[in-house]
Design a binder for this molecule. Structure first.
Ligand code: CAA
Length: 293
């Protein structure tokens, strides 16, 4: 995997060359590559179209301090804008995906400060990303760490991963989706048990209850997540985005409204070049060449 600074420098160079021939294509800039303290970013995969964001605050088990969440948001801004990126993987270390919100940072907060500062409001960036995001979870995904994973579209877990919503033991409750997203995914009884006890569940249990889609040996986890990103990246980015929106709509609306949204979005694909190309390629027995148009 290439270092992002190098990769991005190469990309900017390529983009400038392409832009010289196609002035309508403006160069892309990557503020996220500079001076990162809490995360690392790389662009990888055979076609260099999968971005990997690694949470990198090992001494605090990747506790999600304000600085880390800001860097994560900035990196997502860059990768979302980058037309060359098809999917994004978020991962941590082998010991911890993330051990939750930074307890030491928030310990002195008052009610007034939480309200006036809209505490955790800026955490929603991951859930608002239009491109597919895969969480590759090794080790602890606790509290905000579990919530961050659930904001992603797909969760792959390493075989030693541990998930929990332990906020109850700190005298508080989950604040970034733990009581809401978890309940929608695993149902009321299991979500209640997890949130009211703070107990950890292992990767196998998480897979059984549908929280994660696959359990993978820890050392192969990120590689498999990147492969998944590459597979998604072999399709039309335009149609992938519409499909992601349709699946997410299932969480926001009634079945009838969701089905209507899906049908209209399906119809809308018939106005795209990529739908025409995909079906024509099938009929002509050749691989499709998508253009995101
Ligand atoms: N915030 C700040 N620091 C944290 C942290 C967190 N969430 N989790 C771990 N750390 C720090 C520890 O304080 C310790 O730092 P020092 O060396 O300076 O003492 C370092 O990381 C290593 O941690 P431990 O020594 O505790 O490591 P361990 O292997 O013995 O235990 C653990 C690991 C079980 C994950 C334990 O650290 C733990 O229980 N962490 C807290 C988990 C938690 O309660 N998370 C929920 C936070 S609240 C939240 O997330 C709210 C929300 O909904 C957004």
């Amino acid at each position: 995997m290439a270092n992002i600074a190098k990769t991005l420098a190469g990309r900017v160079h390529n983009v400038i060359q392409v832009a010289a021939k196609n002035p309508q294509l403006a160069p892309r800039f990557y503020s996220a590559a500079a001076n990162l303290e809490f995360i690392k970013t790389e662009v990888t995969g055979e076609k260099k179209n999968v971005a990997v964001i690694t949470l990198n605050r090992p001494k605090a088990l990747n506790a999600l301090c304000n600085g880390l969440m800001k860097e994560l948001s900035t990196a997502l801004d860059s990768f979302e804008k980058d037309k060359g990126i098809a999917a994004i993987v978020i991962t941590g270390s082998e010991k911890a995906f993330a051990a939750g919100a930074d307890i030491k940072e928030m310990q002195p907060n008052t009610y007034s400060q939480c309200i006036m500062g809209n505490f955790l409001n800026d955490w929603t960036r991951v859930a608002r990303c239009q491109k597919p995001i895969i969480a590759a979870v090794n080790g602890y995904a606790l509290g905000g760490g579990c919530e961050l994973a659930m904001m992603c579209d797909i969760i792959y877990a390493g075989d030693k991963a541990k998930f929990a919503q332990p906020e109850i033991a700190l005298g508080t409750i989950p604040g970034a989706g733990g009581t809401q997203r978890l309940t929608r995914v695993v149902g009321k009884s299991k979500a209640m048990e997890i949130c009211l006890t703070g107990n950890m569940i292992n990767a196998e249990e998480a897979e059984k209850m549908g929280l994660v889609s696959k359990v993978i040996p820890a050392d192969k986890l990120v590689g498999e997540a990147v492969k998944l990103g590459e597979k998604i990246g072999s399709h039309s980015g335009l149609i992938v985005q519409l499909c992601k929106e349709a699946v997410n709509t299932a969480y926001e609306t009634t079945l009838q409204e969701g089905l209507k949204f899906e049908r209209r979005t399906f119809h809308a694909t018939f106005s795209t070049e990529d739908r025409k190309e995909g079906m024509t390629a099938f009929v002509e027995k050749r691989p499709a060449k998508f253009s995101n148009l």
